[in-house]
Ligand binder design. Structure first.
Ligand SMILES: *Cc1c(COP(=O)(O)O)cnc(C)c1O
Length: 392
């Protein structure tokens, strides 16, 4: 099945259909309706160089991974999808494929902590420089661009402050500066937002999160609509070797089948949680792009189909009070990560974003981040209400 945009009708399948079928024709030998887990490293050749279906060695290609890669390309409206062992393995491949010593990149001021660590502590050692910009403010992006800028990196919604960047606008800015736009689409998922259609060159995912959706696999992906760039990235994927294994690829594919219905429920539950928190006397600020008070609300409404399942908020009483709330919930599990069916709560300052302490990416100490799951909304509201109500 070919990739397509959301709006096109006719006989081309829509998102929900692609999620279940793209890259997954029933097995030609057995008719198995889902791709088998090809737990295999090498393939018999029919005479030297006589490959069956192009398979030679599973770092280069494996049929279960191919199914996932074709599916990812279809869901993002791209031409090439690549699946990796983790989101950071995907990012590392992308950065090393596209940057050379002397190059510069623009990174967001509330990037995923691991992305910032990879760029600031690893990639920088190879002679690459970077500038932090609040990408939700186009003027800051414009000011950060230099003649040697090769990449502009954007996360929208961002982590953990749920900032919204206007993708079409920043894509124009990057293009006119001769730089490529990379969008980490992990928080939105392709169901809610399709950056390639808005001008992005590459989409990055931690498939560990909403794509997998069940907190049972770590994975990453790159998707592009540019075939030459896709070839370049595929060369690096094979040369560097951080590929998704067959079982991991299969788990992500299985998760993707229910992505659309899960995201609908994540969005609905998060909206109720955000409204409840916004009205709570012990909460000083709520970050959720679905709230009209959010500065990125209109941009989010324009470029997303829903506002997602992530909500952050600040607690009156500072860091200790925020940590106490994290310790008190029962339905929200205290843990890092996000995007699974179960609700999670965490303290970014001490957990996911601890490595950003003392940098431009440091997060407020009284911040709590929620990954709102798909449990009954009433149970989530009761749980948070109890945890906040118990504060001394
Ligand atoms: C988790 C995450 C990553 C890193 O992915 P891993 O699968 O943990 O390596 C990158 N970006 C965002 C937004 C994330 O949430």
């Amino acid at each position: 099945m070919q990739p397509q945009q959301q709006e096109t009708g006719g006989d081309r399948p829509r998102f929900e259909t692609l999620a279940i079928h793209a890259g997954q024709e029933p097995d030609t030998v057995t008719g198995a309706v889902v791709p088998p887990i090809y737990q295999v490293s090498t393939y018999k050749q029919d005479g030297v160089g006589g490959l069956r279906g192009g398979y030679e060695y599973s770092r280069s290609a494996n049929p279960t991974r191919t199914a996932l890669e074709e599916n990812l390309a279809a869901l993002e409206g791209g031409r090439r999808g690549l699946a990796f062992a983790s989101g950071l393995a995907a990012e590392d491949c992308l950065l090393r494929a596209l940057l050379r010593p002397g190059d510069h990149l623009v990174i967001p001021d509330d990037a995923y902590g691991g992305t910032f660590r990879l760029i600031a502590r690893v990639v920088e050692r190879w002679g690459v420089s970077w500038t932090v910009a609040r990408t939700s403010d186009p003027e800051q992006v414009r000011a950060a661009l230099r003649p040697e800028t090769r990449l502009v990196w954007v996360e929208t919604p961002s982590n953990p402050l749920l900032g919204i960047t206007d993708l079409a606008l920043v894509a124009d800015l990057a293009r006119s500066a001769g730089a490529r736009l990379v969008v980490d689409n992990t928080f939105a998922s392709p169901y809610l937002q399709q950056p390639l259609a808005l001008g992005a060159d590459v989409v990055v995912h931690s498939t560990t999160k909403y794509m997998g959706g069940h907190s049972d696999v770590v994975g990453g992906a790159l998707v592009t609509a540019d075939e030459a760039l896709g070839e370049e990235l595929a060369f690096h994927q094979n040369a560097m070797g951080g590929v998704a294994g067959p079982f991991d690829a299969w788990l992500v594919l299985r998760g993707i089948k229910t992505l659309a219905v899960r995201m609908d429920r994540h969005c609905a539950n998060a909206a109720r949680v955000a409204e409840m928190l916004a009205a709570h006397p012990r909460v000083t600020r709520v970050y959720y792009p679905g709230l009209e008070s959010h500065p990125g609300h209109e941009t989010a409404a324009k470029q997303m189909r829903g506002f997602g399942g992530m909500v952050s908020f600040r607690v009156a009483g500072g860091e200790e009070a925020a940590v106490e709330v994290c310790d008190r919930t029962r339905v929200f599990t205290l843990g890092e990560s996000l995007g699974g069916v179960e609700s999670l709560i965490e303290h970014p300052g001490r957990m996911t974003h601890a490595s950003a302490a003392g940098t431009a990416l440091e997060v407020p100490a009284d911040l709590v981040r929620l990954s709102v799951g798909i449990e009954a909304a009433e149970d989530l509201l009761d749980d948070l209400g109890r945890a906040l109500g118990a504060l001394g």
